[in-house]
Design a binder for this molecule. Structure first.
Ligand SMILES: CC(=O)SCCNC(=O)CCNC(=O)[C@H](O)C(C)(C)COP(=O)(O)OP(=O)(O)OC[C@H]1O[C@@H](n2cnc3c(N)ncnc32)[C@H](O)[C@@H]1OP(=O)(O)O
Ligand SMILES: Nc1ncnc2c1ncn2[C@@H]1O[C@H](COP(=O)(O)OP(=O)(O)OP(=O)(O)O)[C@@H](O)[C@H]1O
Length: 713
């Protein structure tokens, strides 16, 4: 009986190849390594090439079967490669990111295969899983349109399916009539008609003095390739000299450089590649140089190219956009390494006008409508969107904890929940769904309006006993609070309200339900960690305090993580207030060193504090300082002569009142940036778009006010 599974698989592969589409193979066995070897042998016969990804202990047994054998961790490097078949040997945890990324490398007619333990023992969520992810995956396998699913040892075929129709290849660039003066040879270098049309539009836009271009599309649509074609046009037309190119990693620009190199070759433009650390880091010619820099190092040029802009983050983009006269950017809307429509809209708004937005739809490596891509996108909800909101006001509005095992069987509700939750994070990736469904220490809460989710919280239980990789808050609190590791709490990993129903109190209502749940579990604190300082207002309104601000920006997004917490027990009070008071002091005393990198707005926001954080001020002014202060107040010296005095007065004002209590927003920003962070007046004026003279006036008024308060105090 067992012998027939390989034969059936071969037949299925023949039929799959005839359709031109890609498919998924899942083969169970008590020895996933053996099953992986078997799959590799069959694929090698059928296709000639097999990429195998297996953990170290499994690799020895596979060496002779695979044309390339790597660890699952190498997937980032392999993303630019193209394969007919990929075998993933997965004895334990199956990370959705790995499966989705491996599929990205497979061309039309090819397969991705999973070699896994027998169905009864299969736990793709790993050892501590609650089993919801397994249940969900098994349900989803039932919905795949191109699947071969069997148990090799038992000789059982669970399911095989093939699409009925045959794929038609995406239309090519042949015969496309351009409107711009783009070179014919360059147009023919496009991989799809879509890419050719976009190239033409972009050239037209740039020739008409357009300032920015934003290319969007799902993964594998040829976005990076399109940037390469445009770059070749700019070089060949002598429109550029030095062009900085940035993206989250050098690996992510290899496709760009490859297509740039190919296109310059076709145009007969002399050029050479510059390699660094095994990657192409630049392509240069006699009058041009395209050069890769990491997002934290890149200096904008007259033309700046940004690939995977979503991963570079809005903060860095804003900085690049404000300093670069012209920009070419591309981003994935939905893909294995995340992103989302919200972020694409945000990026679009940052890019300067006149701006052209072009979308690419046709995949480059496989036909449109590919069933494997469809299955991955649906299974990992990569196109998740908030559902249509229910009619408002609803008859009932109930906060509940969602049963994740039941959710695994209810695709429609899970899609609604996830569709709301994705907004709380710029970048959503397949792994996120598995985490939310399956992580043992996570809890999922929702506010249901007549049964439809309108607000969702994903929370995680954390204490000193939680595994190091799975806890965040206890370690942050422990930096200042000696008893933090004794305390137990719940971290709101994400909170989101339906986009059409925000600012009606729903977020606060759900949060207070979560707080009740945490109290009933006897937890000491409720907390959250996030990157966007603009939601701080929401947390403060709900009684949370800033307990930590990361001095280092995230390498990718440039944002500084902020942690907030609210105490629920007396131990919680001790831990949270100790950390929050210490943080306020540290933010003040290290404003010019550790926290100088924060924008004035973000720094002023974290300093806002609350009266409960009031504490002992620093030393009083010396006689000499008082003397200088008098001279300034009488107009005989400039404010800059008493910045030390102003620093002391401001720090003491904040310490004794528990936060930066200056009402006018611009005054707060200028005071924070000049006095506490030590930024120059010209940087501040440029950053906040305030004339220097006005900034000086505001600083002087602040001095007058604080010295009056000081005299009165
Ligand atoms: C750990 C994390 O997930 S952080 C990321 C948070 N999530 C997001 O940013 C996703 C998009 N935003 C949302 O989903 C929601 O707006 C939330 C969750 C931030 C807030 O929920 P809402 O229901 O909109 O807020 P709610 O009406 O309860 O707000 C109460 C008060 O908080 C403050 N507040 C709420 N949102 C904000 C905000 N974005 N910025 C500043 N203050 C805010 C306001 O003072 C508000 O009162 P007001 O509307 O009378 O001025
Ligand atoms: N015009 C082209 N000629 C040859 N190959 C191309 C062309 N355009 C893209 N490719 C190749 O097709 C594959 C997918 O294209 P590309 O990387 O540009 O897609 P993308 O939309 O940027 O997606 P991703 O987010 O996966 O990078 C890459 O290997 C790329 O090198």
């Amino acid at each position: 009986m067992a012998a027939s599974i390989p034969a059936m698989l071969r037949n299925w592969l023949d039929e799959l190849r005839a359709t031109g589409y890609r498919g998924l193979v899942v083969l169970h066995s008590v020895s996933p390594v053996y099953a992986g070897g078997l799959l590799a042998r069959i694929f090698s016969d059928v296709y000639g090439d097999v990429l195998c990804l297996a953990p170290r202990e499994a690799r020895e047994g596979l060496r002779s079967e695979c044309s390339r054998l790597e660890s699952p961790g190498a997937i980032d490097r392999l993303l630019g490669t193209e394969n007919s078949s990929v075998v993933l040997v997965v004895p334990q945890l199956l990370r959705p990111n790995l499966l989705a990324a491996a599929a990205e490398t497979v061309r039309g007619g090819g397969v991705v295969a999973l070699a896994v333990p027998p169905l009864g023992e299969w736990q793709p969520g790993g050892r501590d899983s609650i089993g919801a992810y397994r249940r969900y995956l098994v349900n989803r396998l039932g919905a795949a349109r191109a699947l071969f699913w069997a148990d090799y040892d038992a000789g059982i075929l669970y399911r095989q399916a093939l699409p009925r129709e045959r794929a038609s290849p995406p239309p090519g660039p042949e015969g496309y009539r351009p409107r711009s003066p783009v070179h014919r040879r360059l147009l023919e270098a496009a991989a799809t008609l879509d890419q050719a049309r976009a190239l033409d539009e972009i050239v037209l836009h740039l020739r008409r003095r357009g300032r920015s271009v934003f290319v969007t599309g799902d993964r594998g649509r040829g976005k990076s390739g399109l940037l390469g074609l445009v770059a070749a046009y700019l070089a060949a037309s002598h429109m550029v000299g030095f062009v900085p190119v940035t993206a989250p990693s050098p690996g992510s620009v290899q496709g760009f450089f490859r297509v740039l190199d190919m296109a310059l070759e076709r145009l007969g433009v002399r050029h050479w590649a510059i390699e660094r650390g095994g990657f192409v880091a630049g392509v240069a010619g006699p009058w041009f140089h395209f050069r890769y820099h990491t997002p934290d190092r890149v200096e904008p040029g007259a033309f700046t190219i940004i690939d995977e802009a979503a991963a570079v983050g809005p903060m860095r983009l804003r900085r690049l956009a404000s300093r670069s006269p012209r920009l070419l950017a591309a981003t994935t809307i939905h893909g294995y390494e995340g992103s989302g429509r919200v972020l694409a809209k945000m990026i679009e708004a940052i890019l300067p006008e006149p701006r052209l937005v072009v979308g690419l739809e046709h995949p480059v490596r496989y036909p449109p409508g590919d069933p494997l891509e469809e299955w991955l996108y649906e299974t990992f909800m990569l196109r998740a969107e908030a559902p249509r909101p229910p009619s408002w006001p609803p008859e009932s509005l109930d906060a509940v904890e969602l049963d994740r095992l039941r959710l695994a069987d209810d695709y429609a509700t899970l899609a609604q929940v996830y569709g709301i939750l994705v907004q709380a994070h710029y970048r959503n990736e397949p792994d996120d769904l598995a985490l939310i469904l399956d992580a043992p220490h996570h809890r999922l809460y929702a506010l249901l309006a007549d049964g439809t989710p309108v607000a969702v919280v994903d929370a995680s239980l954390e204490s000193g006993d939680t595994a190091y990789e799975a806890r965040i808050m206890p370690d942050l609190l422990a930096q200042a609070s000696p008893r933090a590791m004794e305390a137990r709490g719940m971290r709101v990993v994400r909170i989101a309200v339906h986009p059409e129903l925000q600012r009606r109190g729903l977020g606060s209502k759900l949060l207070s339900y979560v707080e009740e749940q945490a109290r009933s579990m006897g937890l000491d604190w409720l907390g959250a960690v996030f990157g966007q300082p603009d939601v701080l207002g929401f947390w403060r309104r709900n009684g949370f305090h800033v307990v930590y601000v990361s001095p280092l920006p995230s390498k990718a997004t440039g944002e500084h993580n902020i942690a907030v917490a609210k105490p629920l027990t007396s131990l919680g009070y001790e831990v949270v207030y100790t950390a929050a008071r210490d943080m306020l002091r540290k933010l003040l005393l290290a404003g010019h060193s550790l926290y100088r990198g924060l924008t004035a707005e973000a720094y002023a926001a974290v300093l806002e504090g609350s009266p409960e954080l009031a504490q002992q001020p620093l030393a009083v002014l010396t006689e000499e300082q008082k003397h200088r202060l008098r001279l300034v107040l009488e107009g005989r010296l400039d404010v800059e002569a008493v910045l030390d005095v102003l620093w002391l007065l401001l720090v003491n004002h904040i310490l004794s009142s528990g936060g930066l209590r200056i009402l006018e927003e611009k005054d707060r920003w200028i005071a924070a940036a000049r006095v506490l962070q030590g930024k120059t007046m010209s940087d501040i004026a440029a950053g906040l778009r305030v004339p220097i003279q006005e900034a000086r006036e505001r600083l002087r008024h602040l001095l007058e006010r604080l010295s009056k308060d000081h005299a009165a105090g």
